[in-house]
Design a protein around this ligand. Sequence first.
Ligand code: ADP
Ligand code: TRP
Length: 328
Amino acid sequence: METVLSGIRPTGNLHLGNYFGAVQSFVKLQEEYKCFFFIADWHSLTTHPHPENIRKSVKTILSEYVGCGIDPEKATIYIQSDVREVAELYLYLNMNAYLGELERVTSFKDKVRSQPDNVNAGLLTYPSLMAADIIIHKANKVPVGKDQEQNMEMARKFARRFNMIYGVEYFPEPASFHMTEKAMKVPGLDGSGKMGKSEGNAIYLIDDEKTIKKKVMKAVTDGGPTQPDSIKPEPVANLFTMMEIVSTKDTYDYFNDKYNNCEIRYGDLKKQLAEDINAFCAPIRERILAISSDDAYLEKIARFGAEKATESAAKTLREVREIIGFRP
Ligand code: ADP
Ligand code: TRP
């Protein structure tokens, strides 16, 4: 059976973009594949977070993963720093990773520009840690967004290079994986672009009904169409896209017809959309809240995941050590 793996850096709460763009597919994939979903807390050290923040954000994302329906019995959910073997493989990969190629990675160049006071070696070697994450479980498929393409290219390169240097066919080359033909993009409701944490337009899975309503009612629209069947400008199209994602087809068609007949009342549309977003989020939100207050359950999940992930990683490391020439 093929292995699927993905990681998310713990940087705050999950929003609808994270859910429909990533987590929803994790929930589906766990039914068909051997899955590893992990929290990339080592990667987050590049920004020097306070210990209290690490503890909090790791707990948040663990509760949210499970609240969204990732099942710790079906998939292996673990925290990266619980699996020390990853660090050992990272060391080996770094010995064959060259300064030039690491410096050419776009996200590294971006960081050099955006945070010139903190260009640390962890940032430079981010792709080799990510490659170690992936190949330690010999993952074949990695569901990630387009922004991770270059890191995936590096992971394939490091896997191939290891095989070549030691004359083995040991690591498979991991492929990026998209659930749908076209990667799903959840729009922001503030006019243009995608929903994102740093865009400041996110609707979070744990937002309560009032907060959701406030955010949706604030959405940017226009004066309304003046001619039947006119093309929707981006802010309005984004509202409809969101409706397509969370509402029923009947609801969508109803408002779409109203738009096409120039009878649309954006206030009504937003009210409906806020209700539908809330109806979608409410059960997830309740599960997240229940789980996040149950420290014993979270601890149990983390320990169980760490055990399963360590077993898989330790097997790889025993074989890798032998291939390299160390005592197994
Ligand atoms: P953010 O910083 O906005 O929370 P990240 O860049 O950390 O998002 O992305 C985490 C995951 O969520 C990635 O797999 C990414 O592709 C997905 N994602 C984030 N925003 C969206 C969006 N608006 N539409 C679709 N997928 C998204
Ligand atoms: N770099 C990914 C991101 O920023 C997170 C990540 C770390 C990851 N290791 C991974 C994703 C391994 C997939 C596989 O979103």
